[in-house]
Design a protein around this ligand. Structure first.
Ligand code: ATP
Ligand code: MG
Length: 357
């Protein structure tokens, strides 16, 4: 326990909008699994964030909290070393969201490129709620409630983390009287309450999905909400079907045509997942020359992905047999998370001179 205190704190998480996919693995989970020994890790299952686009589907959101939890355990997040919890059970997060919303000018929220992308990609039109716009502030509260030092995430999260950093600086300046010229790394030393978090990007910052380009002509990111994902719980047959049907170079009609490896999910996936780098660079060259077929390259990819996914899927099947045990882990994690977040909330209220009794 004392040893734990000296470790830097890490927070990361996922919205409960569906099962986890390969994008989550390369974007964040792989890093989290590796960092568990060296960091005091908190993993949030963000069900309120899921409700921001699914307020009319509460049963799905509930079910998906358990799906994400099963995927975490299957992927190797170890509840002995890490704390996993449900967002809506942590009241301190909601309270801090309200306080933090006072520190953010309204136009600042609308300038967030990830919010713009989501409005477009999820087809939200003009129908997004106030709560949807608020979610980046709520996410800042997720992170700051735990006074996390580092957050491992994919590229789409950079604007949200920038907002989190702005909120931390502003809170520290306004309520803890830290000089605005302070370096980010020095805010705590200067008497601030919240660390200005470090964004830890993965080796693959944005994995594309298995379908062709979206409305803007670019390949879309793999996403639970966009029906273009390979899940960590897909069985080998499903992986095979998805890869065989995946989008490649549309101009290449036969194996002897010269192909493009740019913006081609087949090669993006090989580069992200195939450990045999020598084969990948040689096969890419042959693909460009028209001396290797799609099918051969896809078969290779299927083998690589099944080797990665199948052990996770097997572990998941074991956990699925004892869902009460899985739930008890989540409940224990949530209780621990509440202790930490409540302590932060008290300190925040003290700094804001809003503790009355
Ligand atoms: P939704 O479609 O509901 O927004 P999502 O698939 O985008 O879901 P999130 O729960 O929003 O997943 O993201 C959780 C974490 O996984 C974040 O750190 C995010 O950056 C990362 N992530 C999600 N999709 C990808 C991807 N395709 N490539 C890299 N990282 C990703
Ligand atoms: Mg998302």
């Amino acid at each position: 326990m004392t040893e734990k205190k000296h470790k830097p704190r890490l927070l990361s998480g996922d919205t409960s909008t569906g099962r986890l996919h390969l994008g989550h693995w390369v974007g964040s989970i792989e890093n989290r699994v590796l960092m568990q020994d060296d960091y005091d890790c908190y993993f949030i299952i963000a069900n309120i964030q899921a409700l921001t686009t699914r307020m009319d589907r509460p049963a799905d959101v509930h079910q998906n909290v358990m799906e994400v939890m099963l995927d975490y355990l299957a992927a190797g997040i170890d509840p002995e070393r890490s704390t996993i919890f449900v967002q809506s059970e942590i009241a301190a997060i909601a309270e801090l969201t309200v306080f933090f919303s006072l520190l953010v000018p309204y136009p600042r929220l609308m300038r967030n490129p990830t919010i713009k992308d989501e409005i477009r990609d999820k087809g939200l039109g003009d129908n997004y709620s106030v709560g949807f716009l608020l979610y980046p502030i709520s996410q800042a509260a997720d992170i700051l409630s735990f006074r996390a030092d580092v957050v491992p995430v994919g590229e789409d999260q950079i604007p949200h983390l920038e907002l989190t950093r702005e909120i931390a600086r502003r809170f520290n300046q306004v309520y803890c009287h830290v000089d605005p010229h302070t370096q980010d790394a020095d805010y705590l030393k200067q008497g601030g309450l919240f660390p200005v978090v470090e964004t830890r990007l993965s080796r693959t910052r944005r994995l594309v999905g298995i379908n062709g380009p979206g409305p803007d002509g670019n390949l879309m990111k793999m996403s639970k909400s966009l029906n273009n994902a390979i899940f960590l719980s897909d069985d080998p047959d499903t992986v095979k079907k998805k890869i065989m049907a995946m989008y490649t170079d549309p101009k290449r009609l036969k194996a002897t045509d010269k192909g493009s490896t740019e913006n081609n999910p087949l090669w993006i996936f090989h580069e992200a997942f195939n450990p045999d780098k020598a084969w990948v660079s040689e096969a890419e060259e042959r693909y460009r020359q028209g001396t290797i077929g799609d099918v051969e390259c896809k078969r290779r990819l299927i083998d690589v992905l099944v080797a990665l996914i199948e052990p996770m899927r097997q572990r998941r099947l074991q956990y699925e047999k004892d869902i009460h045990y899985v739930k008890s882990i989540l409940q224990e994690g949530t209780a621990r998370a509440n202790e930490t977040a409540n302590a932060t909330l008290m300190l925040a209220k003290e700094a804001m001179r809003q503790r009355y009794f």
